[in-house]
Write a protein that binds this ligand. Structure first.
Ligand SMILES: [Zn+2]
Length: 410
């Protein structure tokens, strides 16, 4: 039977990857846009085929319920099916499918052995984990865990002005019900780094998330004619932005390699005309480090960078913090439970940090949580070239199934 399940997993993953497929071998499935809608529909059918009942909550989280006894709470097995633009096939999608297969394998085991589970299982496709179309990221799990107000999330707009509420209404997912009560949570994801590849280990037991500080910056200048406005009179918002952008990149030179990652993203400018000086530029700054001290000092340096850029460009720059967290540990009981599983299965493993945030980053503050990684070739992610070998994918599903078994049987 195992052999059949392995084959079926690889086939299902191929079918899943065809939804929103790009010509470069990746996927384009931004939250509630064409590829994501198609994929969610496909996944709903797969869940039903595997024996689940499918429901949604008001923020669009998709639940595949394997209910063995209505009196029992649920163990959640989740990740996300949405993607960045021109993204890889594995980020999030691997974990959601692994969850569906783990649940189906365990349902089959329960049917054939008559063993009585102490928990039900729910497979979760969290809405808008990526945050590329609608901010903030990890939206569905943030609403579920009470960290983000539903109404705030529903009012978030994409660059075209469409709200989450409108996008969800158009998608017409159903039935919309109260989300199930979750007592434990587990997630498996591609590493998006090179640690496992370097060590040759097949499974990462995630012990903590790197700290992060994220900001939205708005540079306010003055619109004017590109020909006739004298250089001395200019308040060019794009010039102000460019001074910050280059300095944010150079900020990392002050730290050891791997100590600080700094990025500038999602730039918009007004009026974006070829003959008019920009009056306003907005962009995001993303600082990440395992060290809170490094993040604090980088944030102070960012403030100095902003002051110098305002002065040189005669603009004003507003800085709004959008995310803030320090090195954020996962519960030890989850790490120990998954260590027991990989040792029993004889699968090579190591403890590991995650640089990226995941839906489990929210869930771990709510319930006991396990977070696992499988290797990513060359650490490439948010890129069509993202790759995890079939062997590593299958080893991950095997481990994830046994983690879920421990969570529902003991
Ligand atoms: Zn992801």
């Amino acid at each position: 039977m195992n052999q059949d399940w392995n084959e079926r997993f690889l086939n299902d993953f191929e079918a899943l990857s065809a939804n929103g497929a790009t010509s470069g071998g990746g996927v384009e499935r931004q939250a509630a846009s064409g590829g994501d809608l198609k994929n969610r529909q496909w996944f709903e059918e797969l869940l039903k085929e595997l024996g689940a009942t499918v429901t949604y909550d008001e923020i669009g989280n998709q639940f595949g319920l394997f209910e063995f006894d209505p009196a029992l709470p649920f163990v959640g097995l989740g990740s996300h099916l949405d993607s960045q633009p021109l993204a890889g096939r594995y980020d999030g999608a691997y974990g959601v499918l692994a969850g569906a297969h783990a649940a189906a394998r365990l349902a089959e085991r329960i049917n054939s052995t008559g063993e009585k589970p102490l928990r039900n299982l729910v497979v979760i496709n969290w809405f808008n984990e990526e945050g590329s179309r609608f901010a903030p990221s990890m939206m569905g799990s943030s609403v579920f865990s009470g960290k983000l107000e539903l109404q705030t999330a529903l009012q978030s707009t994409d660059l075209a002005g469409t709200t989450v509420k409108e996008a969800i209404a158009q998608a017409a997912w159903g039935p919309v019900k109260t989300a199930p009560e979750i007592s434990e949570y587990a997630e498996i994801h591609v590493e998006q780094g090179k640690e496992l590849e370097k060590s040759g280990n097949q499974i990462g037991l995630v012990t903590a998330t790197w700290g992060a500080r994220k900001f939205q910056l708005t540079v306010k200048g003055e619109q004017g004619h590109t020909g006739s406005t004298l250089m001395a009179d200019r308040k060019d918002a794009l010039f102000g932005a460019s001074l910050v952008i280059a300095s944010v990149r150079r900020l990392t030179d002050n730290y050891q390699p791997g100590e600080l990652q700094a990025s500038v993203l999602q730039l918009t400018l007004e009026p974006n005309s070829p003959v008019t000086i920009a009056r306003e530029v907005k962009f995001n700054v993303d600082l990440r480090s395992p060290s809170s001290e490094v993040l604090e000092s980088a944030q102070q340096e960012l403030d100095s960078i902003i002051l110098a850029a305002e002065d040189e460009s005669k603009t004003s720059i507003l800085k709004e913090q959008t995310h803030h967290w320090d090195l954020n540990p996962y519960p030890r009981d989850g790490v120990e439970l998954s260590r027991q599983v990989v040792e029993e299965l004889g699968i090579s493993h190591q403890e590991i940090f995650t640089v990226a945030g995941h839906d489990s980053t929210n869930m771990k503050d709510l319930v006991s949580t396990v977070m696992l990684f499988v290797p990513s070739k060359d650490g490439i992610s948010h890129n069509e070239a993202e790759y995890t070998s079939p062997e590593d994918c299958l080893a991950g599903v095997k481990v994830f199934t046994e983690v879920a078994a421990k969570l529902i049987f003991s």
